[in-house]
Write a protein that binds this ligand. Structure first.
Ligand code: CUA
Length: 321
């Protein structure tokens, strides 16, 4: 699978919308670049002729003025044609963007929080709704509609490989349509300054085959697995006895709070703390021991835990596939 996490780029369009935007961008660069070179050329020519005229004693003025006005008329014509061409291109790009993902087959609601992403897959049957965080799975070649909301300040949803930016404004419903056309792992970011940890508000976007997506979806529908080994069982006890369960949900347990990310399948995700760290045991332990050291200002408090409790909690979270 193509892995572009960490190198999000508008230059590598992997979705239908991004491809339309990419074409418009190239047209603008070529047309404006050509105009710019023409302006430079005429400027140099004018400077050169000015020097020449100073030397000559008998200018053939009538001929020269006729030539000048012809040049001026062609110049204005070129500018009007260029601007008109770009306006038309922009109009058709807008139309293509609107039509690209007509009739979405997957509906997702993403809510921005300082500083993480809450993701809900909407289904007419409430028992088939999925709630996760910071990792967006999308089936390839399938139109998706994403409703965007914010719980606190203005954020902006941006997956450069798939589409342009869309603001997430508290109290206002925005949406964006996506039509990914290549499988791969892409990076999404928050594109609007939203406070201290704005730069650590990443989203892993995984575009996979429809079969892989369906399998992932079925796994997410399952309750979190029960811990089997003794250390993980102790970790489960730590989670339920300390402040952890006041903010997080783990399906199938009594932890059902929604202030922080849903952790039911946290071990299956690629990263933790909204892309701040890769998801493996050492990083998880470091994060749990002192979240403020990784993301200063994060709303995840430092829960005082002994080394033994930290080991157990890390082991338990590691079982939540
Ligand atoms: Cu959220 Cu910047």
């Amino acid at each position: 699978m193509d892995d572009r996490v960490g190198m999000h780029s508008i230059g590598e369009a992997m979705g239908s919308h991004a491809q339309h935007i990419d074409k418009l961008w190239h047209a603008m660069v070529w047309v404006c670049g050509f105009m710019f070179l023409l302006v430079l050329g005429f400027l140099l020519l004018a400077l050169f002729r000015r020097g020449q005229r100073r030397d000559s004693k008998d200018p053939t003025q009538a001929n020269e003025e006729r030539g000048l006005s012809l040049t001026l008329v062609s110049w204005i014509g070129l500018i009007v044609a260029g601007l008109f061409g770009l306006t038309l291109f922009s109009y058709f790009t807008d139309r293509a963007l609107v039509q690209a993902a007509a009739q979405p087959q997957v509906q997702i609601k993403i809510t921005a929080h300082q500083w993480w992403w809450e993701i809900e897959y909407i289904d007419g049957d409430p028992s088939r709704q999925v709630r996760t965080a910071n990792e967006l799975h999308l089936p390839v070649s399938t139109p998706v509609k994403v409703s965007l909301e914010s719980r606190d300040v203005i954020h902006s949803f941006w997956v450069p490989s798939l589409h342009g930016k869309q603001d997430m404004i508290p109290g206002r419903d925005n949406d964006i349509e996506l039509l990914p056309q290549h499988e791969g792992v892409f990076r999404g970011i928050c594109a609007e300054f939203c406070g201290l940890q704005h730069s650590k508000m990443h989203l892993d976007v995984i575009v996979e085959s429809r079969e892989a997506y369906a399998a992932w979806y079925e796994r997410q529908l399952q309750s979190a697995p029960q811990p089997t080994d003794a250390l993980a069982q102790r970790g489960h006890g730590v989670f339920m006895a300390t402040a952890c369960n006041l903010c997080h949900t783990i399906s199938g347990t009594e932890a059902a709070a929604t202030t922080g990310p849903d952790l039911s399948h946290v071990a299956s995700r690629r990263s933790i703390a909204s892309g701040a760290l890769q998801n493996h045991r050492d990083n998880m332990r470091t994060w749990l021991a002192n979240p403020q050291a990784i993301k200063p200002g994060s709303h995840m408090p430092t829960v005082p835990l002994s080394a033994e409790q930290l080991d157990a909690l890390t082991a338990y979270l590691g079982t939540l596939q």
